[in-house]
Design a protein around this ligand. Structure first.
Ligand SMILES: NC(=O)c1ccc[n+]([C@@H]2O[C@H](COP(=O)([O-])OP(=O)(O)OC[C@H]3O[C@@H](n4cnc5c(N)ncnc54)[C@H](OP(=O)(O)O)[C@@H]3O)[C@@H](O)[C@H]2O)c1
Length: 191
């Protein structure tokens, strides 16, 4: 099953996280864009799947823990707290296990599968054959980071056909821009 990746990345150092939070000040509009996109469906009978690593799940605010989506968390050694979390639909130990579970158990109920990070999960996801689109917010300026988004520019091209506000955004003294990328034609599987 195809999936999309969503991430916000610093343009100067590719940073995505610092000390288990985002490296930049709070960006409420960007957060809303992120949450809306990853929960939105065209069919009322279907939901989105959100797949995240254990650390990203634990960093998420309560507000970010919706039961309107299928939350799948990747952890090789889940704690009791994680196992009993009522917002988690399923815990798996790899990205492939998550995708297999969606295909076999949720397919008729799912519209879009989103990969939410963090670094571990993004690294597996960008080189995965089922990766379809990258929704990347490019955050300008220097922001100290300890987790980073993997290189993807050699394999993906910017997709200008997607309906998106491409203008420069600014809030909390931070400027950023929304971008979408699709797998480059040279890497597309031949029919
Ligand atoms: N800017 C953004 O868009 C964005 C989005 C998401 C997250 N973040 C940031 O990213 C940071 C967290 O990222 P992270 O890389 O530290 O953690 P992470 O990827 O969220 O979670 C790592 C954990 O997930 C499990 N896991 C997932 N894939 C694995 C693999 N291939 N190999 C081994 N374990 C795997 C392990 O859990 P167990 O240890 O339980 O086995 C591992 O410890 C935070 O600072 C967060 O704010 C930023």
């Amino acid at each position: 099953m195809k999936f999309n990746i969503i991430a916000a990345m610093c343009t100067t150092n590719r940073g995505i996280g610092y000390e288990n939070r985002l490296p930049w000040p709070t960006l409420p509009n960007e957060y809303r864009y992120f949450m809306d996109l990853t929960a939105k469906t065209s069919s009322p009978d279907r939901k989105c799947v959100n797949i995240r690593g254990r650390v990203t799940w634990q960093c998420a605010s309560q507000e970010g823990r919706s039961r309107d989506v299928f939350n799948i968390v990747i952890s090789r050694n889940p704690s009791d707290e994680l196992r009993t979390d009522k917002y988690i639909h399923k815990i798996v130990s790899t990205l492939d296990e998550a995708l297999k579970y969606v295909e076999t158990s949720l397919q008729d109920q799912v519209e879009t599968v989103w990969i939410f990070g963090g670094q571990y999960v993004y690294t597996d996801a960008v080189s995965h054959p089922s990766c379809d689109r990258l929704y990347i917010t490019l955050v300008h300026g220097h922001h100290t980071a300890d987790t980073f988004f993997p290189s993807f520019e050699d394999s993906f091209d910017e997709d200008l056909s997607t309906d998106l506000d491409r203008s420069l955004q600014k809030e909390n003294n931070v400027t950023y821009r929304y971008k979408v990328y699709t797998l480059s034609r040279v890497r597309m599987p031949q029919k």
